[in-house]
Unconditional design. Sequence first.
Lengths: 253, 305
Amino acid sequence: MNVQAAITIYRFEMSRFRRTIFQSLVAPIITTSLYFVVFGAAIGSKIETINGVSYGSFIVPGLIMLYLMTESINNAAFGIYFPKFVGSIFEVLSAPVSSLEATIGYVGAAASKSTIIGLMIFLTSNLFVTHDIKYPLIMAVFIILTAITFSLFGFIIGIWAQNWEKLSIIPTLLVTPLVFLGGSFYSIDMLPEFWQKVSLLNPVFYLISGFRWSFFGTSEIPIVMSLIAIVSFMTICLAIIAVIFKTGYRLRT
Amino acid sequence: MKNLISIENVSKTFGKYKALNNVSLEIEKGEIFALLGPNGAGKTTLISAICGLCRQSSGNITVNSFNTVTHYKETRNQIGLVPQELPLDGFESVYNSCQFSRGLFGLKESQGHIENILKALSLFDKRDEQIFGLSGGMKRRLLIAKALAHEPKILFLDEPTAGVDVSLRRDIWKLIEDQKKKGVTIILTTHYIEEAEQLADRVGIINSGEIILVNNKTALMSEFSKKTTFIRLNKKLNDHSFIKENKRISIIENGMTLKLVGINNTSNELQALVNSLSQRGIGFTEINTVDNSLEDIFLDLVKAQ
């Protein structure tokens, strides 16, 4: 296995993150702070607790998941789309690099970046609310699994996209609504019964719910369901990537 | 000489368009092979198939006896590719970009090796600059530096001097010759026939996806050698009747010059023509004979196909 190639791609992608560190980290921190001011202070003051948790603390897992998913997708999609766009992808394709090594490099870097951003948001949230994490190990597992899975998904989008519009269409029109409607800022128990059933069709709901369980020990659905959801999605993404590399779809002519 | 690259009956189709049609070709170890052809002839597609950028629809390619599909890691390890365009990540520095290329081939960072290449290509002073700040010529040299970063045994240069000035072109030629001296096998595509004439050991001509000729450059030029003679007249030729029958003679420069293509040294054709002119009271001020170039041979072969 060409481990050095995977490391090289990983380092190259991380250097892009370092070049834009201010924009990459400060923007999410400021936005998160605004969420806490608007949702936590303004709206949160009207809601006492949800399942025994203060509203400010309740939205922390949802906010982290929101950024973890969108940043994973955006970073991975951009990471593979940009070399395709400028043509420099020829270097990777003509090098002795297997699909596994390339995926580890690109997806690993995207997942690392989004994990760092997720942790920064968690630290920022501590400035506004105090909370204990009931199951820190499970929390770490969820963060890593989510970052990798959505980076894989972003990687697929980056390969599929043939222009900048396509690159942003799925994150904007599909993922962001799913995250917002997946219970990031509310419990589905607060919805009418019909919309509670609709929410169960939203895969993101399972991830947010599971992640929230690691914080507070309570959630709307069993933790196992959440783990099954994330592992299933990861398996689907891996299978699609395997097909892409096997057929050379939108990479090789 | 040992064949390093073997291409056997390779075809490549894009939809209904056949970019390569049953191409077979052998590249010998240590040679400079120039692949010539008009735009859209299939030169880049053939290089792409060897380097793994596209997959042939049928046929086999081996590099040093390794199949490019089943043993792609072994084949690609030996190859450095300089593409036709300038596909570079403009935000990266020159030095890091070269180390990236090296790392993809499984090699650890080597400051000394990369710095030597950058010095040889006059890019050392720019090593810490971002690529988007480089001129077109510097970007072209950087692509060569990146291709050499992993010390390849085979170097593909797809129109390496396209759009570069004369001085830089000479520098790149020198670099190519230096690589050959080091034992690197070089496959070159170019639109500048002069480049092939200057550098190549063997020449292949491809047109419409088919290899129409492969030969040693010297043998090729000797086989297709043709002289062209220009007779500059001292007055305008108005009576064309005596040259009408000879298709190899044409009148140019408004009747002031006769052009004879493919004149035979052993025949007295030239003497006979001068006599005919003399009988009509026309003398000449200059007779000039030139050998045809590789460019003429190339154009004749492509036209004839």
